[in-house]
Each structure stands twice: as structure tokens, then as C-alpha cells.
Design a protein around this ligand. Structure first.
Ligand code: SAH
Length: 395
């Protein structure tokens, strides 16, 4: 096996089981490992530290599989990691697995480069790194222990960092039906896993959608910004809201939202949809002096990297300021950020300063995050990307 030797003193993060090795930490690559090949990682003094997958082109050339010299990275290794990921889901859902859940959450499940979401009897996966790519066929077969068919949606930008082209298609087991159906919090969903975002649905917001349902009783009008296929809006109607307006820049996503409303028996009169840029739409609501009892802001990732943090912070502040101004007295705001580069403290500061600029006394009542099927490995805090706040305006 080829060996990656670290610079003097650069083994510290590996000893803490952080799963990444940055190019700056590497002194030498002994041998000529191919893309995704398993390598040994050793300290400058030659001690074994970890096994990892090698990707010469990436700024993170080694992503670590394990920290045990005697444990081979073979079929048994992947079978065990998947079993452990499944066991965790059974624990966090008290043996009562939801219809749809994230089975594998990459680094956080000890499987860098693999996302696997289960929708009913099927799974949709993403292979995002050169290491996992090498074991693609095996992973497909092993996932058949948890689903009767697996589709691959590896059309993510991050693959290019490892020099991999995008790829989508059937991976293992039975072919999947064109649309996957499941129930979440009593709402029926149909997921377009072939063309939808990510693997088709934002499973990470399951608990927050339930919370919105619980808090929406009595809300006359709800504004669901960045609605995608309407998840938060459907939850609000289910919880007793009278009217929801979904706003998204994607008409196909809104069309799917309308279909889901019909599927769940909600009247089209109660479920509006508007194709618009949320930044502009919020301004037009302000100019028209509209106001809402409950607003959800669940934007896409504004900061892809730390370097984009400041610009992203301004964008978060902009939409939060506008939304706060649109809240009725006693109104509620559910505001989210899925940018890993914006941490909880910074996000809370951004929202606090938006409230201050809006001259609205608001109270933060809940600090929210991703669901328990999106765990965070203690040695990899980067796995915690979703943060949210529930705020209530004074009456
Ligand atoms: N809340 C959703 C997920 C939102 S994903 C759920 O629970 O399922 C983010 C959405 O924002 C995507 O649907 C994308 O089409 C939309 N979007 C991105 N930029 C936008 C913009 N400037 N204005 C309106 N929608 C936008």
C-alpha cells in the first residue's frame, strides 16, 4: 500500500480523528497511488496514523477511512460502517424509522464521499469523492440490505474537486419508479429524485417542518420563502394555518408543491405559489404594506466557502430584516442558514442585528438544527451545517 507521510507536527488533527488531511500537511507521497486508492498515513516519524483515500487533485488529498492499522478497507469494512449508520438511525428514531431518512451522512458516518437517502423502499445516493467512487459497485450492492433498489445522483459540483465527472443512473437492485412516495409527519410526498435538488428532498428539515406545523395553528397567512416543493407550507396548512404563499425561483418546484397540496387534500385557494426572487419579492411586500403571521426563510447556501462569508452575511441580514418588518404583532419567523461557513453565533448575530435595524422587539424562542439522521461526528464539527432560529414578535 502506498504511504502519505505528514510534515513534522501535522499528525495532531489525525490523532483527534479529524477525517481530512489538507495538502499543506503532506511532506511526501511514497509510491504512486491512483485516484481514490487506499493509502496509509504516517507521521514524520513513521508511526501509523490512519488509512485514507487518495485524490491527488483535491486540496484535501486524503480523506480518512479509519485509524486502525489492522482494519482493512474492504467489503467487511463498508458493510460494518453501513450497519453502524443504520443502527444509529434506529436508536435516534427509537426503532420507529420514518418513511424517508438519511441513512448515510458522509464523514459523520465514517464514510467520506457517500450520502444515501432512503425514500420508502428505495434509496438514492450521491458519491462525491474519489475514494468512494472506487468502491461504487460494492456500495450499491451493500445498500441493497436497506433498500430494494438504488439510484445514483452523483451530479454534484464537489466531485470535480476530486477530478470526477458527474454521473446519474441506476446503481443496484430493482429499477426505481419515476417518482418516490413517502409520508412525513402525516403529509404525503412525491419526490422527483431524477431532477429534484440533491437526492430530491430536504430531509434535514423534517423536525423543523413538524415544529412549524405545531406553531401554525391560528395563523391567518403564512409566507414560505425559498419554498422548493412546499414542505414548510404543507406543514403549516396541516397544522391549521388558513393560507400559505410559497415563493421560489423555480417554477418546476412550485408546480410540484401545488401537486402535493392537491395530493394531501388542501384547497388550491389556501396554497398560493409565486415564482419570484425572494429578495425582490420581500421588497414588493414591504412596498405594498403586506404583513404575515408566520414567515419561513430557508434559503440555499449563500456561503460555499469561508471567503464568501461576508457577502453571505449581508444577504442573510437583508432577507431577515425585510421579513422581520413584514411580521404582524405576535408573528413568528423561522429563519435558517445551511452555510457551514456561518456558525451558530454569527447567524444569531446577523438575525439580532436585523431585528435591531428593523426596530422590532423580537424574542428568540428556539435554536434549531438538522434532524438526528444528520448526525455530527464529535471529531468533525464541520458536519453541523444547518442552523435555525424561531423568533416571535411582541404583540
Ligand atoms: N424549504 C425547502 C428547501 C429550500 S431549498 C424544503 O423544506 O424543502 C432552497 C430553495 O431556494 C430552492 O428551491 C431554490 O430554487 C430556491 N432559491 C434559490 N435562490 C432563490 C432566490 N433568490 N429567490 C427565490 N428562490 C430561490
Amino acid at each position: 500500500m502506498d504511504t502519505v507521510i505528514l510534515k513534522e507536527g501535522r499528525e495532531k488533527s489525525v490523532l483527534r480523528h479529524h477525517p481530512w488531511i489538507f495538502s499543506g500537511a503532506i511532506r511526501e507521497v511514497a509510491g504512486n497511488p491512483g485516484p481514490g486508492e487506499t493509502v496509509e498515513v504516517r507521521s514524520a516519524r513513521g508511526e501509523f496514523l490512519a488509512h485514507g483515500a487518495y485524490a491527488a487533485e483535491s486540496h484535501i488529498p486524503v480523506k480518512l477511512w479509519n485509524f486502525t492499522e489492522s482494519e482493512a478497507v474492504d467489503e467487511e469494512f463498508f458493510r460494518k460502517r453501513l450497519a453502524s449508520a443504520f443502527a444509529l438511525r434506529k436508536t435516534v428514531f427509537h426503532g420507529n424509522l420514518p418513511d424517508a431518512f438519511r441513512l448515510v451522512c458522509a464523514e459523520s458516518d465514517g464514510l467520506p464521499g457517500l450520502i444515501a437517502d432512503v425514500y420508502g423502499e428505495y434509496a438514492v445516493c450521491q458519491i462525491t469523492g474519489a475514494g468512494m467512487e472506487r468502491h461504487r459497485g460494492l456500495i450499491g450492492e451493500l445498500l441493497l440490505d436497506y433498500a430494494k433498489g438504488v439510484y445514483e445522483r452523483s451530479d454534484v459540483d464537489s466531485r470535480t474537486k476530486d477530478g470526477l465527472p458527474p454521473r446519474t443512473g441506476h446503481l443496484a437492485g430493482e429499477p426505481l419508479p419515476d417518482v418516490l412516495e413517502f409520508t412525513e409527519n402525516g403529509i404525503r410526498y412525491r419526490v422527483d429524485y431524477l431532477a429534484g435538488h440533491k437526492t430530491g428532498f430536504y430531509l434535514d428539515q423534517r423536525d423543523n417542518r413538524r415544529l412549524v406545523a405545531e406553531c401554525a395553528a391560528g395563523a391567518e397567512n403564512v409566507l414560505n420563502c425559498f419554498s422548493y416543493t412546499g414542505g414548510f407550507g404543507l406543514a403549516a396548512l396541516k397544522g391549521g394555518a388558513k393560507h400559505v404563499l410559497n415563493v421560489d425561483s423555480s417554477e418546476p418546484a412550485l408546480a410540484c408543491a401545488r401537486e402535493l397540496a392537491a395530493l394531501n387534500g388542501f384547497s388550491p385557494d389556501a396554497f398560493g405559489s409565486k415564482e419570484a426572487d425572494v429578495f425582490q419579492f420581500l421588497r414588493s411586500c414591504r412596498d405594498a404594506r403586506k404583513s404575515f403571521d408566520l414567515i419561513v426563510l430557508d434559503p440555499p447556501k449563500f456561503a460555499e466557502t469561508v471567503s464568501q462569508r461576508e457577502r453571505a452575511a449581508r444577504a442573510y441580514k437583508d432577507i431577515n430584516l425585510l421579513a422581520i418588518k413584514l411580521l404582524n404583532p405576535g408573528g413568528q419567523l423561522f429563519t435558517f442558514s445551511c452555510s457551514g461557513a456561518i456558525d451558530d453565533d454569527l447567524f444569531a448575530k446577523i438575525v439580532d442585528s436585523a431585528a435591531s435595524d428593523a426596530h422590532r422587539p423580537l424574542r428568540t424562542v428556539r435554536w434549531l438544527s438538522q434532524g438526528p439522521d444528520h448526525p455530527v461526528l464529535t471529531s468533525f464539527p464541520e458536519g453541523r451545517y444547518l442552523k435555525g432560529l424561531q423568533l416571535v414578535a411582541s404583540v
